[in-house]
Design a protein around this ligand. Structure first.
Ligand SMILES: [Zn+2]
Length: 439
């Protein structure tokens, strides 16, 4: 049944027109067919859905996250406070990923994706790791994302740190997903690599050869997140991480590079000329104290925005990112436009990788839409919507993906939220005990 959504305040960040006070959106077969100013004349077979003045935004995209860490919230900190980035990985995240089993992975994916949906995020680029339950983990994620109507990019973090057998299993899990979802419109497989510093030259060569059969597929990797990654490449005889990956033909326009903090001016040129996709994760960078990304580089390379597992809400990520940066800036220095990362750069990156336009309110694009029952204390206009996005909006009341409501008037549709959260609470308690038992 074709639908016309009416009586909407339509916000289209970084598009023209960017704001309509009273508009409508026509949906045909789950896609936006047209939009305009009220009134609208309905075709005989169309159903009107009156949104009664709600504000609508394009569904948001998380360009880098780790759903496997969804059950980490509230777990005990390590017995000794980490003093550097590698200690954080070893004492927290690499113990968590080793402790995951099928049940805790499922609970993490369900609870993590539900939080995304609740925050108005309709496309997620995930970077997964569960070395003791690898085979089938990406299919499990794809299945749960499909049930929730979320478009998902899959990648399993290949690394040497758990030995040669687990390296091979992880590579095969990626290749299996790359084959299985080659033509799937809502699942985008990538070849996941943890980071340069946990991969030998031989392993990078193995990955490069594996990609020969998948010329369209890119990698998804942590890039120069901490200065130690840069130093590691130096010790191996390369000028930088980017230069090392370039040697193995692993810098390209279909790949996703998370963080990209400690890169040289030559690296920035290489990434720019390759049309590579970078993702900024400001709250994670602040939390791990890995440094602050140069603002000029950030704008030059058109970084997208991710949360690196820190939170589900991308508007929170944008606001907090802007505040973290402001705290490092001097008077008179302009900040980076974080909403541009979220509403312009993320859709550009996701559209390129999925192969069709995503997260825009324009004809032909899937109807991934987020609605807010927003009553502001100041007038919202085409001049000041950024402030309302950063400081006014809370959780959306309705979330639609491919033209179907997945959340309607505050309640998930066809998703047993109570059961998912109850199971996640029970499973997380068990997971934390397993983590504590690990060395
Ligand atoms: Zn990450």
């Amino acid at each position: 049944m074709n639908k016309v959504l009416t009586h909407l305040r339509i916000l289209r960040p970084y598009s023209e027109p960017d704001y309509m006070e009273s508009g409508w959106i026509r949906l045909i077969d789950g896609r936006i067919a047209a939009f305009g100013e009220m009134p609208v004349v309905l075709e005989p077979e169309e159903t009107e859905i009156n949104l009664a003045g709600k504000l609508v935004l394009p569904g948001m995209i998380n360009a880098h996250t780790h759903l496997y860490s969804a059950l980490a919230m509230g777990m005990s900190p390590p017995s000794r406070t980490p003093t550097n980035f590698n200690q954080i990985l070893e004492s927290v995240w690499w113990r968590l990923d080793r402790a995951l089993d099928e049940d805790s992975i499922r609970a993490s994916f369900q609870a993590g994706l539900l939080a995304c949906l609740r925050a108005g995020v309709t496309t997620v680029f995930d970077h997964h790791s569960s070395p003791n339950w690898i085979k089938g983990s990406l299919k499990l994620l794809a299945d749960i994302a499909r049930e929730m109507g979320i478009k998902i990019s899959l990648a399993y973090e290949v690394t040497d740190r758990n030995g040669a057998d687990i390296f091979q299993d992880a590579l095969e899990e990626n290749l299996d997903a790359m084959e299985r979802y080659r033509d799937d419109p809502v699942v985008h497989p990538m070849l996941g690599l943890h980071a340069s510093f946990t991969l030998s030259d031989e392993s990078l060569e193995t990955v490069r050869r594996a990609l020969d059969d998948f010329p369209e597929t890119g990698i998804h990797i942590h890039l120069a997140e901490d200065i130690t990654d840069h130093h590691d490449s130096g010790e191996r005889g390369y000028q930088s991480v980017v230069q090392r990956l370039s040697e193995y033909d692993l810098i390209h326009s279909n790949s996703l590079y998370a963080h990209g903090i400690h890169i040289t001016p030559d690296d920035a040129d290489t990434l720019f000329n390759s049309n590579a996709n970078l993702v900024h994760n400001p709250t994670s960078n602040a939390n791990n104290r890995v440094g602050i990304l140069n603002g000029v580089t950030l704008e030059l390379l058109g970084y997208g925005l991710g949360t690196d597992g820190m939170q589900a809400n991308l508007l929170d990520e944008a606001r907090t990112g802007a505040l973290i940066r402001s705290s490092k800036m001097t008077q008179g220095q302009p900040n980076v436009d974080y909403l541009k990362l979220l509403f312009e750069n993320n859709p550009r990156i996701a559209s390129k990788l999925f192969g069709y336009h995503l997260s825009r309110i324009e004809p032909g694009v899937p109807a991934d839409l987020v609605f807010y029952d927003y009553h502001a204390r100041t007038e919202l206009s085409e001049m000041n919507w950024p402030a309302h996005l950063l400081y006014g909006l809370g959780q959306p009341d309705d979330v639609m993906t491919d033209g179907a409501f997945m959340i309607r008037n505050g309640d998930p549709v066809g998703i047993d939220e109570h059961e998912i959260l109850k199971n996640a609470r029970i499973t997380s308690g068990r997971l934390w005990k397993t983590i504590e038992a690990l060395k």
